[in-house]
Ligand binder design. Sequence first.
Ligand code: CA
Ligand code: CA
Ligand code: CA
Length: 501
Amino acid sequence: AKACAQLDLRPLDILSEVVPANGMKNGIRMIQVQGARGFQLSESHPHFLSFQASRIFLYCDLFPEEFSIIVTLKALHIPPKVNWYSLVHVFCSEADMKVTLGNRPPCTKTENGQFWFNAFQKGLYLCNGSEWVSMLEVKERLDYVEDYQNLVTNSETMGIEIFVIPKMGLFGATANRYTPPGSAIYRWTDGKFVPYQNIPTYQAQSWKYFTIGKKIFLAVANFEQNERGQEFSVIYKWNHRKEKFITYQRINTHSARDWEAFDIEGEAFLAVANHREGDNHNIDSVIYRWNPRTGLFEANQTISTSGAYDWEFFNVGPYSFLVVANTFNGTSTKIYSHIYIWLGGAFQLFQSILTFGAADWEVFHIGDRIFLAVANSHSYDSETLAPNNYYAINSSIYELNITAQMFVKYQDVLTYSALDWEFFSVGEDFFLVVANSFDGVTFSVNSIIYRWQGYEGFVAVHYLPTFGCRDWEAFKTPTGTYLMYSSAREPLSKVLKLKTL
Ligand SMILES: [Ca+2]
Ligand SMILES: [Ca+2]
Ligand SMILES: [Ca+2]
C-alpha cells in the first residue's frame, strides 16, 4: 500500500464532496448574512455528511501521516450588540490546524472546533465542546466472529432483549425457564454483561423493552401460572430513583410467547401472542392500547391465532402492519400466518402466508426494499405421511412488491428448526443470522450468518456452533458490534464479537 506523499495531495474542498451542486440536501441549509454565505449543518445526524476517504485520497491507499484541514466556523451564540462585521473578525476563526496521530485527546470547551485523526480506526473527529463527532469514517467490513463472553444464566434462556436506558447505559434481559430465581437483567459493565436485577417470572419466553414519553417499560411474556395458579404476563416500569424495574401492570395471558410494542398515530400499543389455553391452540391474541388518562393498557382488539409465537410490527410509508407467526392449530404446523394492516382504527387482514411451525418474523430494510423473513421450526401434519425430517426445512424471505401490494417470496433458506432471524448491518453490508435449534437428532447445530450479496440474495458466510439456539440479538457499543445468542437447552448464553477489517 502506498502512503500519500506531498505530491499526491492538492488543496481539496471537502464540503463540495457532500453538498450537491444545487446545495440542497436534508440537514444542510444555505444561509447568507450580508456578504457572507455558508452552510448550516444539522446537529441531529452527525454522520449524514460522511463519505469514503478514498474519494479525496485518489492516488494513495493510506492516509498521510500529517495533513491540514482549514475550516471556517461561525459561533452559534451571538452576543448581543455585535454586528456581523465584527463578528466575522471575533468569532469566525480561520484556523489552520495540524491533525496528528494519537490516542483520543480530551474534548472539552477548550478543544471546541479542533480535529483529531484516529489512525487506528481511520476516523476523523471534530470536538463539539463535549465529545468527538465523527466526520470521516472508513466503512468497516465483517471479517470473522470471535468468542467474547460466556454468560452463565439462571436457567435455560428463551428470549433475550438488549436495550439502552438513557444515562444508565446498555442492558440485556434474559427470559429464563425456572422460578426461582426467575429471569435476569444484566448491565453492560466494563465491556461485559454483569448481573443487575432478578425478576420472578414463570417459564418466561421473551422480554420487550419500550418507552412511552419518558416512561421506560419492560414487559415479560410468562408461559406458566404463578404459585397461586394465576396466569399473568407482567409489565415492569423503570424506577429512576431505585434504578430498578418495578411491577407496573399485570395482564391475563394464555401461555404467552411474545410481546410487541408499537406506536400508531401517537398512541402506544402492546400486542401479546397467546400460544394456547390448555390444549387449545386456536384462541385469541390481544392488542392493548395505552390509556393516557388511567396510565394503563386496555384491551383494544382481539385477533384469532393458532399457537401464536411472535408478533412483529412495521411501517411502510404511512401504513402500519402487524404480522403474527402461527405455529400449530392442533393438527398441523403447515398453517397460514397472517399479516394485518391498520385501517379505520383497527387491524384488518392484509395477506396470508403458508408457514411451517412459524416461530419468528423479522422485518428489515435494504435501501428502499422491505423484506420479511419467517423462521419455520417444524413441518408436521397429522394427516399426511411423516417426512424424512420434520426439522430440516426451508425458512423463507419475502419482499414487499409495492405495485402488487403484497409480499412475494424472495429466497428460501434451508434451516434446522429455525426459531429466530436477526438482521444487522456492519459498515455498508447487511446480514441475517438464523437460530438453528435442532436437526432431528441433536441440538448441536450451526447457526448461520448470511450476507446480502445483491443479485445472489443472502449467502452463507459464517457457521457458528450453537446448542439449542433459541434467540439472536445484535447490538453495538462504542467498542464494536456484538451478537448474543441464548440456549433453550442449557443455562449458557454467549456474546460474540464481530471482528472487522
Ligand atoms: Ca416479536
Ligand atoms: Ca427475530
Ligand atoms: Ca432475536
